[in-house]
Every structure is written in structure tokens, then in C-alpha cells.
Write a protein that binds this ligand. Structure first.
Ligand SMILES: Cc1cc2nc3c(=O)[nH]c(=O)nc-3n(C[C@H](O)[C@H](O)[C@H](O)COP(=O)(O)OP(=O)(O)OC[C@H]3O[C@@H](n4cnc5c(N)ncnc54)[C@H](O)[C@@H]3O)c2cc1C
Length: 384
């Protein structure tokens, strides 16, 4: 017999998991399908846990602020430890061009309600004394940002969603969609068929091929990124440090010290490395270590424990895609999270729930306009 649900979520990742909690908490009968063996095994577990509202557009700042509230209150709400830590973020500037674009952006961000300031060199060195002071011009500081564990968050969402009656099927690949008269009616998997009037594409880097099953084209492509973690050392800095200055091999780099002492670090390779390959490269570590040691010379004595490689589900303008399909009613795209799916996940989960319940607020409509699957994709997120 074919099972029927109120909502089917394709993908138990950074977006699908919080959405599963919130949809089932709202009393809906929810099925989550994932091709992998357990929750959060796609890009979610590759994220280094950075959480910020420090973006350059209204939709992401609003969602980011709301996500931070949810991450910060998660332990009280659920009883589950997710290692939330409010260490802040600092975008540092060693070049006039970066200082001037960050300072312009800070004014816009403040106008959009973000708690962020520009610190001059002396003020920034008071906050982060180990930053390289040579040529340092200053940087932004947003004290409300922080970090949490993507692994613990996935485990908590899974547990909470089940508590609210959500059904999970792992190792079940969605291979087709059931569509009648331009309306979604369910999905076909490698082993079964399920019915629901609402299907949500939260398939991360694979979302393009899921949309394609309905003949819909969404511009989401896998963009591979590597990360590393060091041994733990005594704590010596708090915020995530981000350098947006491009060099010949990378377009930015970011790192922070986890409250347990390890340093997490990443670069964005230049040119981008497109595709689904997730085998580590030998180029990453020398490139990334050189960059972070340049920014914070004291890091040079810390040993690296492990590197890994995962996928950003990239869009051409660096912003997510969220919206109901015009071609196929009941089919929602919640994809293209780029490098920010973990941090945006909880707020996205709430938005998706309001979309399904038809309880959207005027602000939600504004956000949906910005993140529409039908936008031009000609904009440019300045803090990708
Ligand atoms: C090195 C690195 C560092 C990062 N650091 C951060 C960070 O600090 N902060 C941050 O916010 N983000 C970070 N990210 C980005 C973040 O990991 C992603 O944006 C986020 O995980 C995407 O969430 P998602 O739910 O869209 O995709 P995923 O988490 O990948 O979930 C999608 C799920 O869909 C499933 N799926 C796909 N197709 C099908 C199908 N046909 N049938 C069944 N199941 C299917 C997949 O198996 C997968 O589990 C980082 C990424 C990398 C690689």
C-alpha cells in the first residue's frame, strides 16, 4: 500500500533536518527521505560550524539573525547540547580596497538591524591580539555571531523530529516525482512510492537533479571546498576571522578557535573546483596554512589533525533559492545554500513551515522575493 503524508522532505541535511523538526512540531505528518545511511551525511557534516548574520542582503541578514536566536536557545528548548558559542565574527582588512568596501557595508548592515561595528587597528588588536599587526587597517566585529556543531545539531534535529512523529527513511534515493496536471502528488524512490500534496527539495548539492525530475531548472552546482582541524591548544582568540582579500590561489579564507581549543580553517579555492569529487587534495593544506599563518603568525606551531573536503551547493549570485515552483504546484525549492546552509538552516526551517501552513508574514514575502527561484541571479553576495 502506498503511504500518504502531509509533506515529503527530500534531504536530511542542514535544511531538511530543522525543517523536519518544525513541520512535525506544527502537527504535520512528515516523511524525510535521504540517499545516505543517517542524518546529516551530505554537506552538513562537512561544515565547520560558523554561524553569522553578517551578510550583505536583507534576506540573509534577517534569516541569519533569526537562526542565531534559535541556535542560542536550542539547548534550553530541547535539552540537547549543540556546542553553541557566541564568539563573534571579524572580517579583517589589510588592503585599502577591502577596508573601504567593508566600511561601506557595515553602514548598510547597521541599517538592516545587524549588530556590527568597524574597529580600527588598535581596537581590533585589543580584541584579537595575535592578528598580524603589519599593514592591518582594521576590521568589522559582530559580537552576536558564533558557532555550533553541525554533527550535534543534526543528531538533535533527528531526535526532536522523531519525538514529534516525523518518519525518516535512509538509504532511499528519490528517483522520480509523481506529478499530475502540474501538481505534485508524491515521489518515487529506489524501493517505494509515497504520496503527499507538498514535496520539498532540500537536496543540497544534488538539488538540481531533483528539480530536473519535474522538468525545472534551478542553478545549483556543487562547488568543492576543503577544511582542516588542528590539535587543541589553550584558547587565545574568540571570533571567526575572515579575510576576503583574493590571492592567486584562493578568494578568501576563514578560521576560528573552537571553545575546546582546536582551530578550524578553510579557504575558497580560486578558480573554484566544480563537481562532486570529495577526495582531499594535496594542494589545500600548504595553501590554507600559509594564508592563516600570514594572518596570525602564532598559528604556525599548531599541528593539523585532519583535513576533509565537501560541497557547497552554489548558486550564481551566492544566495539561496527558496520558493514554490510555478510549473508544479506544491513543489518547494529550498536549495542552493552555498557556504551558509548550516547557519541558515533553523530560520529556513521556520520559513518553510510558514510556507506550508500558509502563514507567511509581510517580511517573509520580502525574503521570498529576494530568494525567488525566478530571480535574475545577477546580484552578488559580497560576503559569500
Ligand atoms: C568545507 C566546508 C565548510 C563549510 N562551513 C560552513 C560553515 O561554517 N557554516 C555554514 O553555515 N555552512 C558551511 N558550509 C556549507 C554547508 O555545509 C552547506 O551550505 C549546507 O550543508 C547545505 O545544506 P543542505 O541541506 O542544502 O545540503 P546537505 O546538508 O548536503 O543535505 C542534502 C541532503 O539531500 C540528500 N539527497 C540529495 N539528493 C537526494 C535524492 N535524490 N534522494 C534522497 N536524498 C537526497 C543528500 O544525501 C543530503 O543528505 C561548509 C561547507 C563545506 C564543504
Amino acid at each position: 500500500m502506498t503511504e500518504t503524508f502531509d509533506v515529503i522532505l527530500i534531504g536530511a541535511g542542514s535544511i531538511g533536518l530543522p525543517a523536519a523538526v518544525m513541520l512535525s512540531q506544527a502537527g504535520l505528518k512528515v516523511l524525510v527521505l535521504d540517499q545516505f545511511a543517517s542524518p546529516g551525511q551530505g554537506s552538513n557534516k562537512k561544515a565547520i560550524g560558523g554561524i553569522r548574520a553578517t551578510h550583505s542582503d536583507k534576506a540573509k541578514i534577517t534569516l541569519g539573525n533569526r537562526s542565531i536566536e534559535l541556535f542560542a536557545g536550542w539547548k534550553d528548548m530541547t535539552g540537547d547540547e549543540i556546542e553553541w558559542y557566541r564568539g563573534g565574527y571579524s572580517f579583517v582588512a589589510y588592503h585599502e580596497k577591502d577596508a573601504s568596501s567593508l566600511q561601506t557595508l557595515v553602514k548598510e548592515q547597521q541599517g538592516l538591524g545587524l549588530n556590527i561595528v568597524w574597529l580600527d587597528k588598535r581596537q581590533l588588536l585589543e580584541k584579537v591580539p595575535d592578528l598580524n599587526s603589519v599593514n592591518l587597517l582594521g576590521g568589522t566585529f559582530s559580537p552576536d555571531d558564533g558557532s555550533a556543531s553541525p554533527l550535534l545539531m543534526a543528531a538533535s534535529c533527528y531526535k526532536q523530529a522523531i519525538k514529534h512523529g516525523c518518519v525518516f527513511h535512509f538509504r532511499e534515493n528519490v528517483t522520480g516525482l509523481i506529478i499530475k496536471s502540474s501538481k505534485i502528488e508524491g515521489v518515487v524512490t529506489s524501493t517505494n512510492e509515497y504520496h503527499a500534496p507538498i514535496v520539498i527539495n532540500a537536496a543540497g548539492a544534488w538539488a538540481g537533479s531533483v528539480a530536473e525530475m519535474a522538468g525545472i531548472n534551478i542553478p545549483v552546482v556543487p562547488d568543492s571546498h576543503e577544511a582542516a582541524i588542528t590539535e587543541p591548544v589553550a584558547r587565545f582568540f574568540d571570533p571567526m576571522i575572515v579575510d576576503i582579500h583574493p590571492d592567486e590561489n584562493s578568494s578568501n579564507c576563514y578560521f576560528y578557535q573552537h571553545w575546546t581549543g582546536q582551530i578550524f580553517f578553510c579557504i575558497t579555492p580560486s578558480p573554484n573546483i566544480w563537481g562532486f569529487n570529495t577526495s582531499e587534495t594535496s594542494q589545500f593544506l600548504p595553501l590554507a596554512s600559509r594564508r592563516i599563518i600570514q594572518l596570525m603568525p602564532r598559528l604556525k606551531n599548531i599541528r593539523v589533525r585532519r583535513t576533509w573536503r565537501g560541497l557547497y551547493p552554489m548558486t550564481p549570485d551566492g544566495s539561496p533559492i527558496l520558493g514554490t515552483s510555478r510549473e508544479c504546484s506544491g513543489f518547494i525549492q529550498a536549495a542552493g545554500m552555498c557556504g551558509q546552509g548550516f547557519m541558515l538552516g533553523p530560520a529556513m526551517g521556520e520559513m518553510i513551515t510558514r510556507m506550508v501552513l500558509d502563514e507567511l508574514t509581510p517580511m517573509d514575502h520580502e525574503i521570498l522575493d529576494i530568494l525567488s527561484p525566478y530571480r535574475e541571479f545577477s546580484g552578488h553576495e559580497k560576503l559569500k
